[in-house]
Design a protein. Structure first.
Length: 396
């Protein structure tokens, strides 16, 4: 063995619940978990032994929905919303996503990496070892690819797994005003094929201020035709059946879901589509329509939690805060919240065989915590008890 973490308490997330092992051990070989379980069955000594002094070990946290790469901010628009303007009104007046688009188009790839690093570092400091990063603020083939390359660049600069997602169908750029179908042609015929070596999945925004279900259907079909997995921003502001549409394409996830109904949830359950809930956006936009958590539970749809880190509707870089918000605002249990940033977040990225639980064969991505009980990670606000972050078996 290369490394052995001993005298620990484990929340493996394997099976149902937290998968707790008291007096546990994690062993690593070649960056992979070789053993995770009770000390009594531990393997032989390793080259390095780390005494955890009774600390808790969880899988490294996974932020499965972010817009980390962008230029500029939208603090001024937030101030407008405080004075009564709606998100839709600001968007239709040229603000919102389009204001970030203009700043992002003007930025170089290197500038996008540099400005994203402080956001990324804040997440890593809370135990995140895997992060999804969407494009969607370039809205030309060249600028979307620039964003995806910048996302890849983050993983080359920091010890973190980055999963880039093409979000070309995020908003209608001004040069295509009144020609949404033509822009969808661009996304399907040029953008998706060009992103094949840079993106792990394709996303889109199914909403009245985004794209219609018919247009989204074309985007998802084009992605699937190239073999790329899909996911979808769905039912955030209105009920358009986007979640059902996504499930029909076998989507990895449908995200937001405040207006999802039982038909949507049934479709997601049948397809194995993960529900990604984004309490930061719900809170920041002062929404009142709760996502259908009881329906998701009733139909056994896996629930993931993410920051939705973005400049307009969820400018947060704290996944731990999202755990508390998911419990407080959405009434998730401790187990649901913690599984939402580990095993179910891995499912939402199509990486369940690779990360998300402490099981042999998976990447040795760990978070060690100075806590007395895993519930503290959900219970406390503004509290970061991370003792150590481990990526591929190496402390970082």
């Amino acid at each position: 063995m290369d490394r052995l973490w001993t005298n620990a308490r484990l929340a493996t997330m394997a099976g149902d619940g937290l998968g707790i092992v008291e007096d546990g051990v994690v062993a690593c070989r070649d960056g992979r978990i070789a053993y995770a379980g009770a000390r009594a069955e531990r393997p032989a000594d390793a080259a390095e032994i780390v005494d955890c002094a009774g600390r808790w070990i969880t899988p490294g946290l996974i932020d499965c929905h972010t817009h980390l790469i962008h230029a500029g901010d939208r603090a001024g628009e937030w101030a407008m919303r405080l004075e009564g303007a709606s998100y839709e009104e600001i968007a239709r007046a040229g603000g919102g996503i389009l204001s970030t688009m203009r700043a992002t188009r003007a930025a170089s790839e290197a500038e996008l990496v540099e400005t994203a690093l402080f956001r990324l570092d804040a997440l890593l400091a809370e135990g995140v070892t895997t992060i999804e990063v969407k494009s969607g603020y370039g809205l030309t083939v060249e600028d979307e690819l620039k964003m995806l390359r910048a996302a890849r660049g983050l993983g080359e600069t920091r010890a973190v797994r980055v999963s880039p997602t093409l979000l070309g169908a995020h908003a209608l750029p001004p040069e295509y005003a009144g020609r949404a179908d033509d822009y969808v042609d661009l996304v399907c015929d040029a953008m998706i094929p060009a992103a094949g070596n840079l993106a792990d999945a394709v996303d889109a925004f199914c909403e009245g201020i985004g794209f219609s279900p018919a247009q989204i259907d074309r985007v998802l079909a084009a992605a699937k035709a190239t073999g790329m997995p899909v996911k979808l921003h769905a039912e955030q502001l209105s009920a358009l059946g986007g979640a059902s549409l996504a499930a029909g394409h076998g989507a990895l996830s449908a995200d937001h879901l405040e207006y999802a109904g039982e038909a949507d949830v049934r479709a997601m359950s049948a397809a194995g589509t993960v529900a990604v809930l984004l309490p930061g956006a719900f809170y920041f936009m002062r929404e009142t329509k709760l996502p259908p958590v009881e329906l998701l539970r009733a139909h056994h749809v896996p629930i993931a939690i993410a920051t939705d880190c973005n400049p307009g509707t969820s400018p947060t870089t704290s996944l731990l805060l999202m755990l508390n918000m998911a419990a407080t605002l959405f009434r998730l249990t401790v187990s649901e919240a913690l599984r939402g940033v580990t095993v179910n977040a891995a499912r939402a990225l199509g990486l369940a065989d690779e990360i998300g639980t402490l099981e042999p064969g998976k990447a040795c991505d760990l978070a060690l915590w100075d806590i007395g009980d895993p519930a503290e990670l959900v219970y406390r606000i503004g509290f970061n008890p991370l003792h150590m972050r481990v990526k591929d078996g190496r402390c970082c």
